[in-house]
Design a protein around this ligand. Structure first.
Ligand code: ADP
Ligand code: ASP
Ligand code: MG
Length: 875
């Protein structure tokens, strides 16, 4: 191949893949493995951009002090990648650059803390170091690996028209500069390594300090001729292309170099029929038309930057999405070919955080220009509209905008139509938020009848309510709007209806993580959070490597929640535990946000979590939340008894919903803390045995008090001791009343087929009627008055050779819980302290019941029981 004619390949390594030094070494191997001249684009290592953005925001909020440790750990992370990725040579220069960049970052954060203002320009400058350092390291690693490589800064080759925060590339300037700088390098066998995601800001933007949000529209004069390079520009004149922008950098460079192809190396096996975190049976699409891929990217498929395909449209440059983990796999080809005609629908995607605005009124009929004025007004505000539908009666126009812009849009339109509203022609502007748009995409839709009908039949079948519908005239896309919490189920339903799990490119890799969301941050919740954050998403020792590992990503309490898509760190968890113990809500702890649990769950549903699971460790009425979670595609682990011990219809409906949604709901920790009670029941049933009766001592608290009384301690003292040890509810009458044991017994009864209601459970309260309604303190003051009665009961039991136990007795027909005198022949006789015990009488174990005993109270054992269920779901 002659050097002049050689065709260049562009390779981009995505942040999701670049996790550590080993990943950088792998990238070196991939580049080495290609014979053609190459240009390489690099993202920041996984999570770095998020960290930088977060630091910037916190510093500007005045919280500059807390940033130092994170800057240091970022520095350490880069230094470690450098050490591990570059065997020899070139280390010192890059190490110095890392220190310089992180020093500069500290200074920038300090000044932000003083200024208390964060402009889009400063934010861009701060995050730009993520990719810059990454590219310098890869260039050094390539050189050390024997590949001639050179770092080329993005501001030399990628030019933009602004605005900061989400700049549009200037194709003409970029074509010229990239060709001029990069082509000679490539053709002389040197691999240029360019940081992705960033470019040179528009020259006149240097003076412009306003904070533009991404996507704002701007009318500006064309860029003036510019002088080249210079440190000043590099330092101050850098902008970003919007999140995920390194895809765009790669296609821009490919276009400028008339490359043969672009490879986007990612952490997925290719472009998939749906986001694998939402639709677990998503498949790789072997080939996709450019317009289909663009449509998907535009409608939120977080695998490609929405504008990444514009530079190569109309050019013979195929874009490949390739699996970083498996360089020899085919991945997905995005090009102008049309294949896979059997699949009129090829993929789905969803955008959360949408609001729907409706302009409605009787007087709109036949009034020209309402639609035009609506969209013109929004355009002037720089608000982008993604889905529009107008009813043919012309009574209303409805369209979706990002939730963050909804208010501004409403205010602007209310103003625009002031006169019409005054005259009653327009009713007003209605806003509905908490929505998501789902796009169903396929170029073959045009030639097929009944696609829309199939989409909507599938949604109806899944019981999903559609808020709005739109089909573009291109017939490439049917979009519909649903409540954000319904979006995952909607995608699964449509994916199934079009049999997309049969497309030929192979399965998506098994998710690496199971993301857990804790509902409740009391004693059990905190114990669990501690254990999980320390496990740190590491693969569990001894298990097959392809098993996903558990990761705690969020915790919710009554007032708010915390969320970190990469997992809450041990430090964060420790701080939250301390703050919660001091009586503050999660909302007021580090990173906390105020929200009702319902809103918190909706928020999380919009963040594609990986195989998500909700873990309910509250003692509240959470049934609606559990329904929301199951409907939103989460598995559920319950320690909370209430959802299963309320009205029969409700608990049955939960089980039905779980089955319909294909989700699991595990309940082991609702009865007997960590003891394997459901597990034993299941095993007995599976082996063909029939459980006739379950009896048990199911309250660690009552067990403790009664064994103390048995040993001659006065009842009042025993109870006080139980309170001091933290065994009781805040008001010990909640334990003594037997309600809690009654709930557990009902759950077990339902397992055996008990069809009654909570009121049908016979519960004996140990609180005498006379003191039931006293205030807590008055009750406690009168505790001593109960002693005589208790010691009499104890003595009577002893006289009969027995002892007192609080026993639940459960069959399919009758459930009762209450005080019993048990003798030596009973397994419960020898029970000690807070231990629980459950005895199964079955067809096989009729004479001699099968007995399970073990610690039955306390946060640590309960947390262990919950964790067991979590591992089962995650496995
Ligand atoms: P990069 O490392 O290049 O920045 P991204 O993280 O931006 O890669 O994109 C890859 C991620 O996109 C995957 O991890 C996957 O979870 C998500 N994703 C969403 N929709 C799709 C889809 N249809 N096909 C493949 N991946 C998808
Ligand atoms: N690092 C940037 C981001 O996380 C750009 C990219 O990875 O494409 O958005
Ligand atoms: Mg990306």
């Amino acid at each position: 191949m002659s050097a002049k004619k050689a065709v260049i390949e562009v390779h981009k390594f995505g942040g999701a893949s670049l996790t550590d030094a080993a990943a950088f070494r792998r990238a070196v191997q991939i580049v080495k493995g290609r014979a053609a001249p190459r240009a390489v684009v690099v993202s920041a290592p996984a999570g770095v951009t998020d960290v930088l953005l977060n630091l910037a925001v916190r510093a500007a909020a005045g919280d500059g002090d807390s940033c130092a440790p994170e800057v240091e750990s970022l520095r350490a992370r880069y230094a470690e990648i450098l050490r591990g990725a570059v065997a020899r040579g070139g280390v010192k220069e890059v190490a110095t650059e890392i220190d310089r960049s992180m020093g500069e970052l500290s200074r920038l954060l300090s000044s932000l803390a003083v200024l208390k203002e964060l402009t889009a320009r400063t934010r861009d400058f701060i995050v730009s170091r993520g990719e810059r350092l990454s590219a310098r390291i890869l260039a050094a690693a390539l050189a050390a690996g024997g590949v001639r490589a050179r770092y080329v800064d993005a501001t030399e080759v990628i030019f933009t028209d602004g605005p900061f925060g989400g700049a549009s590339p200037n194709l003409i300037l970029t074509d010229m500069a990239a060709r001029k700088t990069l082509r000679p390098l490539c053709l002389s066998g040197i691999v240029p390594v360019i940081p992705g995601f960033i470019g040179a800001a528009k020259i006149d933007e240097h003076e412009d300090e306003h904070d533009h949000g991404a996507g704002d529209a701007h009318h500006r004069a064309p860029p003036p001729a510019r002088s080249h390079a210079g440190d000043e520009r590099r330092a101050r004149g850098v902008t970003t292309l919007g999140r995920g922008g390194s895809d765009l950098t790669a296609t821009l460079i490919a276009r400028a170099l008339s490359a043969r192809e672009v490879s986007l190396w990612k952490d997925v096996p290719g472009l998939l029929t749906a986001d694998p975190r939402v639709v677990p049976d998503a498949r790789v699409i072997p080939q996709l038309h450019l317009r289909e891929a663009a449509e998907l990217a535009y409608f939120g498929a977080k695998v490609l930057h929405p504008r990444a395909l514009i530079p190569v449209a109309g050019r013979p440059i195929p874009v490949f999405v390739r699996p970083f983990a498996d360089p020899s796999a085919a991945g997905t080809e995005i090009s102008a070919r049309r294949t896979l005609d059997r699949y009129p629908v090829k993929a789905l995607s969803a955008v959360g955080g949408q609001a729907l605005l409706t302009v409605a009124g009787n007087g709109m009929l036949g009034v020209p220009g309402i639609a035009a004025r609506t969209f013109e007004a929004l355009h002037r505000q720089g608000i982008s509209v993604s889905l529009i539908s107008q009813s043919s009666s012309e009574q209303s126009i409805c369209f979706s905008v990002p939730a963050g812009a909804a208010r501004r849009a409403r205010d602007r339109l209310t103003d625009e139509f002031r006169d019409e509203i005054a005259r009653g022609e327009v009713d007003g502007i209605d806003v509905r938020s908490g929505l998501a748009t789902v796009a169903v995409v396929g170029i073959g839709m045009a030639g097929h009848l009944g696609i829309a009908a199939r989409v909507f039949a599938a949604l109806a079948e899944a019981g999903i309510n559609i808020v709005a519908i739109a089909q573009g005239s291109s017939e490439l896309n049917i979009s519909f709007v649903v409540a954000a919490k319904d979006a995952p189920a909607a995608q699964r339903a449509v994916h199934g209806a079009f049999q997309l799990s049969k497309i030929g490119g192979g399965a998506a890799a098994r998710a690496a993580y199971t993301d857990a969301v804790l509902l409740g941050f009391g004693q059990i919740g905190r114990a669990l959070a501690g254990i999980m954050s320390k496990a740190g998403g590491k693969r569990r020792g001894g298990r097959a490597a392809d098993r996903p590992s558990l990761r705690l990503v969020a915790a919710i309490d009554r007032r708010g929640f915390v969320f970190d898509p990469n997992g809450l760190s041990p430090r964060t968890v420790a701080a939250l535990v301390a703050s919660k113990k001091a009586g503050r809500s999660l909302a007021d702890g580090p990173g906390g946000q105020l929200a009702t649990p319902t809103d918190a769950l909706s928020f999380l549903a919009e963040h594609a979590l990986s195989d998500p699971m909700l873990v309910d460790v509250t003692a509240d009425e959470t049934t609606p939340l559990i329904r929301q979670a199951l409907g939103g595609g989460m598995d559920v682990v319950l320690a909370n008894k209430r959802p299963l011990s309320g009205p029969r219809q409700e608990s049955e409906a939960l089980a039905t919903l779980a089955a319909r949604a294909g989700r699991r709901m595990l309940t082991e920790a609702t009865v007997g803390a960590g003891l394997p009670i459901f597990d034993t029941y299941r095993k007995l049933a599976e082996s063909g045995d029939r459980v006739i009766k379950i009896e048990g001592c199911l309250s660690g608290t009552l067990g403790f008090v009664l064994t103390e009384v048995e040993h001659g301690r006065p009842f009042s003292e025993a109870l006080r001791r139980a309170m001091d040890l933290g065994y009781t509810e805040p008001d010990p009458r909640d334990d003594l009343s037997g309600t809690d044991v009654g709930r557990k017994a009902l759950i077990l009864g339902r397992l055996l087929g008990f069809t009654g209601e909570p009121g049908d459970v016979v519960v004996e309260s140990l609180v005498p009627a006379a003191v039931r309604t006293l205030p807590r303190d008055a009750f406690l003051a009168r505790l001593g008055g109960l002693d005589a009665d208790w010691s009499r009961r104890g003595a009577a039991a002893k006289a009969k050779g027995g002892t007192l136990r609080y026993v639940a007795s459960v069959t399919k027909d009758r459930i009762s819980v209450g005080l019993k005198v048990v003798d030596r022949s009973s397994p419960f006789f020898g029970l000690k302290g807070t231990d629980n015990q459950v005895a199964f009488t079955t067809a096989r174990y009729r004479k001699n019941p099968l007995v399970i005993t073990g610690p039955g109270a306390g946060p640590a054992v309960t947390a262990a029981g919950v964790l067991n269920d979590m591992l089962r779901v995650g496995g």
